[in-house]
Design a protein around this ligand. Structure first.
Ligand SMILES: NC(=O)c1ccc[n+]([C@@H]2O[C@H](COP(=O)([O-])OP(=O)(O)OC[C@H]3O[C@@H](n4cnc5c(N)ncnc54)[C@H](OP(=O)(O)O)[C@@H]3O)[C@@H](O)[C@H]2O)c1
Length: 485
């Protein structure tokens, strides 16, 4: 039985790869995660888990000991200005400890592109590959390079889907004409999985992708699949900054990500070798329209495995040490009697908040808060949710992040909106009452002013929220089973 290590197993690709490899009986899977709370209970019994990150050599050694094949599915894109340096150190550490632990093969997924013309982010992905590849005498590396990945919840697909669904007529900047080779996420997983047993000596770089297509073509084709007619009007003068603002207003991605994407689209990202065909001939990438259909199906069936916002790829895990509500200085507490409503129903009602169902009433106030957040560079409300009625730790829920769940007892959300402080929303289901608390730890004077200025709005919004959650639970008949994804 081959021993496999998956890093980035709580991220977009890693989560899906883990689900895919868990179907195989010839593999024993170990995960390196920054916080084990993000791994679902249904998975915990099927894998070995090592907690740590790539900057911790001890954790790395523990994770890589006895491993035959290690996946490197990590990046530091959200970790601030020094992300390139972090990416470099992370890759060096991983490569060196792989060698020390006697790992036989390393599999990496990076981005397509030519270093000289690449954006900062793509260049860092290429540098990561070069570093991992740097000791061919001691460690074999199979380095996949992909352009836009089309799958439910992927950043590229979410941008396309949101623009296409929301805007019948779009003015488009020049970068929509830059070509890439989009690929279905399931095809990416097929390549990654097949690389475990590929019979090849030495390092190999494998460029993967479907037919070349520009962003304009991707949007028009996606519209066709969705049964929509869309008009794109080219405007040569739309600057990268303006188009980034355009993207953040109509799609769920925040400014930093939009700007990186627009910068990345300044140059083409095309397949530069035929190794996918030569070494993985049995895998035929799906046509673009089929990839879009599959992504839409996954969403429509409400079975989305992972999303671009599952991880923040920040310097620390996004749910690390976030359960510290006791540090809050201000609290808005609402207590609603349950009158014998079973706890599982109340919990189900609580788990359904946000996303398409919204926040019951005062929609305008929620919408306005989302808009203000978007304009200040935050996520806003339109990240929505991964799955209706089910949540797992690490899920984004509009501008919140799920940081703790105790089935039928507690849900804790951390505010990820731009705030002068730190805020949580907690739902505590006690035997005879629902206690809903908004906690706030202000930063300086501004934080305190903020809290007092929004108090009247909190009175409207939070009081109503707690009452309606209980009212909905009272009317509920069936309780949806927690999903295993
Ligand atoms: N997604 C795409 O559309 C796409 C397209 C082309 C190529 N790729 C490549 O695919 C790879 C994976 O990308 P992704 O989209 O899956 O990323 P992602 O969703 O942002 O996930 C990143 C993962 O890495 C973990 N992580 C970050 N820094 C770490 C560290 N220092 N030590 C240990 N774990 C760390 C995160 O853990 P936490 O959950 O704790 O934050 C998370 O699990 C990247 O190399 C990317 O360039 C992705």
């Amino acid at each position: 039985m081959k021993k496999i290590l998956i890093t980035g197993a709580t991220g977009y690709i890693g989560r899906r790869l883990k689900e895919c490899l868990l179907q195989r009986t010839d593999l024993a899977i170990r995960l390196l995660v920054r916080n084990r709370k993000k791994v679902r209970l249904s998975v915990v019994n099927k894998v070995e888990i090592v907690e740590g990150d790539t900057f911790n050599r001890e954790a790395l050694l523990q994770a890589l000991q006895g491993i035959d094949v290690a996946y490197y599915l990590i990046h530091s894109m959200g970790s601030g200005k020094d992300f390139e340096e972090r990416d470099r150190r992370s890759a060096e550490n991983f490569r060196d400890v792989c060698i020390e632990a006697g790992v036989k093969r390393l599999i990496y997924l990076g981005g397509l592109g030519v270093k000289e013309a690449a954006s900062k982010h793509l260049r860092s992905r290429i540098e990561t590959g070069e570093i991992l590849n740097g000791r061919p005498d001691r460690l074999q590396v199979i380095w996949f390079r992909a352009g836009a990945i089309i799958g439910a919840g992927s950043a590229s697909f979410e941008i396309i889907r949101n623009l296409v669904q929301k805007l019948p007529v779009m003015i488009t900047p020049r970068w929509v004409n830059t070509r890439t080779q989009p690929i279905a996420v399931d095809d990416v997983l097929s390549y990654l999985a097949a690389a475990i047993t590929l019979d090849v000596q030495g390092n190999l770089v494998v460029d993967i992708g479907g037919e070349p297509m520009n962003f304009r073509g991707m949007m028009l084709n996606a519209a066709k699949v969705m049964g929509l007619k869309r008009i794109l009007l080219p405007v040569p003068l739309l600057s990268p900054k303006l188009s980034s603002y355009w993207l953040i207003l109509f799609t769920p991605i925040p400014y930093q990500m939009a700007a990186a994407l627009v910068e990345g689209l300044k140059s083409e990202t095309l397949v530069l070798n035929d190794h996918a065909m030569r070494y993985f001939g049995a895998i035929r990438p799906l046509p673009y329209d089929k990839a879009v259909r599959m992504a839409m199906d996954e969403m429509e069936r409400d079975l989305v495995v992972s999303r671009w916002c599952d991880s923040s790829s920040d310097t620390a895990c996004d749910v690390m040490n976030q359960d510290d509500t006791h540090t809050a200085i201000f609290r808005d507490r609402r207590v609603i009697p349950l009158d014998a409503i079973p706890a599982d129903r109340v919990f189900q009602s609580v788990k359904q908040i946000g996303g398409q169902d919204g926040w019951f009433s005062y929609h305008f106030l929620w919408w306005l808060r989302g808009l203000i957040d978007k304009l200040s560079g935050g996520y806003g409300l339109n990240r929505g949710r991964r799955e209706y009625g089910n949540l797992r730790v690490g899920d984004a829920l509009d501008f919140w992040k799920v940081v703790d769940i105790k089935e039928n007892q507690r849900l804790l959300l951390l505010a990820q909106m731009k705030l002068p402080g730190k805020a949580w929303l907690e739902f505590d289901i006690q035997p005879d009452q629902l206690v809903q608390t908004a906690h706030f730890l202000p930063r300086g004077l501004l934080g305190r002013l903020y809290w007092y200025s929004v108090l009247p709005l909190h009175n409207l919004v939070f009081g109503d929220l707690a009452r309606k959650l209980v009212a909905r639970a009272r009317e509920m008949k069936d309780v949806r089973k927690p999903s295993t994804l």
